[in-house]
Design a protein around this ligand. Structure first.
Ligand code: BTN
Length: 244
C-alpha cells in the first residue's frame, strides 16, 4: 500500500509512534498513517518529550522493515529534505535547513522533528516514522524554554496553514522519497542535503555519550553519519548512537 493509503485520525493520544506500533494496530498494512490533533506524551529523541499542543501536525507512518534497521537513518534524513522542500513552497524566503540527524530548522529555530522507532517480533520488524511539524502554534503556546528555540510555519507565513492540505501534499512526496530510499538512492540526494545542512562549516556543541564536545560540522557521509572535526580528534564521523 502507498504511504497514506489508509489514514487513521485521532483526536488525542499519548504518542502516535507508540500507538501505531502497539498490538492494537498490529494488523495495519505498511504505509498506514496515524495523525493526532494533540499528543499528551509526544516523544522526541533521547528521552525528550515532544511538546504537542493543538495546532501542530503530528503523525506517524507505519512501515514494514525491508532492509537493515540502521539504514532507516538515511530515510529520516531524506524525509527531512522532503519536508524542507514542502516548507519552502509555503515560505520561499526562509532559510530552512536540515539538521543532522533528522530535524528541520527555520533560520535558527526548530520547526520539525523526526523520530524513528522500531518494534521487532520474531523476524519481522515494524517501523514508525514519527513526524512533528509546528504548523499553527502561536509563540505564546510554547513553554518559554522551548519557545526560544522553536519556529511555527504560520508565524513565518503570517497566515493559518490548513493541516489536511499540508499533509495531503506531503504524503505523496514522502512516498516518492521512500521509493528512492528502497532503490538505494540516498547518495543521489546527498549533495542537495549537504547544501542545505544546518551549521555546515560552523562549530557546534554535541552531547556525545553524556559529554558536551565541540566540533566543526563538515558534512553528512554516504552512510548517513556526520563528518566533524576538532583539533583533538581530527576528522571523525558521528553516528546517531553517539548522541546518547
Ligand atoms: C525530535 O525532535 O526529537 C523528534 C520529535 C518527533 C515528534 C513526532 S510527533 C509524531 C510522533 N509521535 C511521537 O510521539 N513523536 C513523533
Amino acid at each position: 500500500m502507498e504511504i497514506g493509503g489508509k489514514i487513521i485520525h485521532l483526536e488525542s493520544v499519548d504518542s502516535t509512534n507508540r500507538m501505531i506500533l502497539s498490538d492494537e494496530y498490529r494488523n495495519m498494512p505498511s504505509g498506514t498513517v496515524m495523525t493526532a490533533e494533540i499528543q499528551t506524551a509526544g516523544r522526541g529523541r533521547g528521552n525528550h518529550l515532544w511538546f504537542s499542543p493543538r495546532g501542530g501536525l503530528y503523525f506517524s507512518i507505519l512501515l514494514s522493515a525491508e532492509t537493515h534497521l540502521n539504514e532507516y537513518n538515511k530515510l529520516a534524513i531524506m524525509i527531512a529534505h522532503t519536508i524542507r522542500g514542502r516548507l519552502l513552497k509555503y515560505s520561499p524566503n526562509v532559510d530552512f535547513r536540515i539538521k543532522w540527524p533528522n530535524d528541520v530548522f527555520a533560520d535558527d529555530k526548530k520547526i520539525c522533528g523526526i523520530l524513528i522507532q522500531a518494534k521487532t517480533r520474531g523476524d519481522e520488524s515494524r517501523i514508525a516514522i514519527g513526524i512533528g511539524i509546528n504548523l499553527n502554534i502561536t509563540e505564546g503556546d510554547f513553554p518559554e524554554e522551548i519557545g526560544r528555540n522553536a519556529a511555527s510555519l504560520s508565524h513565518l507565513t503570517e497566515a493559518r496553514i490548513d493541516p489536511e492540505k499540508f499533509l495531503a501534499e506531503l504524503l505523496p512526496e514522502i512516498e516518492n522519497t521512500h521509493r528512492l530510499f528502497l532503490a538505494g538512492g540516498f547518495e543521489d540526494l546527498l549533495d542537495e542535503i549537504n547544501i542545505a545542512l544546518y551549521s555546515k562549516g560552523r562549530e557546534r556543541d554535541f552531547i556525545v555519550r553524556g559529554k558536551t564536545v565541540n566540533y566543526r560540522i563538515l558534512g553528512i557521509n554516504p552512510d548517513a553519519t556526520l563528518r566533524v572535526y576538532s583539533p583533538e580528534t581530527g576528522i571523525i564521523s558521528l553516528d546517531m548512537g553517539d548522541l546518547k
